[in-house]
Design a protein around this ligand. Structure first.
Ligand code: GAR
Length: 197
């Protein structure tokens, strides 16, 4: 069994895709042991609750400085002793102490075809705004391992998505989620679960 902790910041549709893939039997040998949010109001925490999964908030706002937050975040992860940490729309830069403690055991979903539209400042809708501004005809999503850089770790899976003439950042974001993110994130976890067998 691959025990995973899912880290979230917002709506949690990618978390939902993982929950649904486990429930439907598409994603085997995987258990979500905890959901961690940096945002107490994240709808993702509701999704965790509805699925009977423990959800906790560890917010930088509740700590005196970044170092204390980083230690609290690591301590929360350690409590669950996860085999894999899944960043599913987690908008906190992962501190080095966590990368060192879980090297090769952290994956992230990014809403573009890396190396396009990635790195510092590219998150959420901003990625799709940049893709439309550049006029690309194809975009997509990438699941990759997390290292010290921003979106620089080894790529696990990618899926291309067509950009339509009349797309807005929001319509494009939705299509990338539906046609790529919600598919390749559970599939990537399944691949890692299989490798662990
Ligand atoms: C997703 O599109 C995810 O790829 C993106 O945030 C969104 C979260 O949505 N992540 C990044 O931009 C990371 N750089 P969700 O909360 O509905 O899963």
């Amino acid at each position: 069994m691959l025990n995973i902790v899912v880290c979230v910041s917002g709506g949690g549709t990618n978390l939902q895709a993982i929950i649904d893939a486990i429930d439907s039997g598409k994603l085997l040998n995987t258990k979500i042991v905890k959901v961690i949010s940096n945002n107490a109001n994240a709808f993702a925490l509701e999704r965790a609750k509805n699925a009977g999964i423990e959800g906790v908030c560890v917010s930088p706002k509740d700590y005196a400085d970044r170092e204390t937050f980083n230690e609290a975040f690591l301590a929360e992860l350690n409590k669950s002793n996860p085999d894999l940490i899944v960043l599913a729309g987690f908008l906190v830069v992962i501190p080095e102490i966590v990368i060192n403690a879980y090297r090769g055991k952290i994956i992230n979903i990014h809403p573009s075809l890396i190396p396009s539209f990635c790195g510092t400042g590219y998150y959420g809708l901003k990625v799709h705004e940049a893709a439309l501004e550049r006029g690309v005809k194809i975009t997509g999503a990438t699941v990759h391992y997390v290292d010290e850089g921003t979106d620089t770790g080894p790529i696990i899976m990618q899926k291309a998505v067509e950009v339509k003439e009349d797309d807005t950042p929001k319509t494009l974001q939705r299509r990338v989620m539906e046609e790529a993110e919600w598919i390749i994130l559970p599939e990537s976890i399944g691949k890692i679960a299989k490798e662990k067998e």
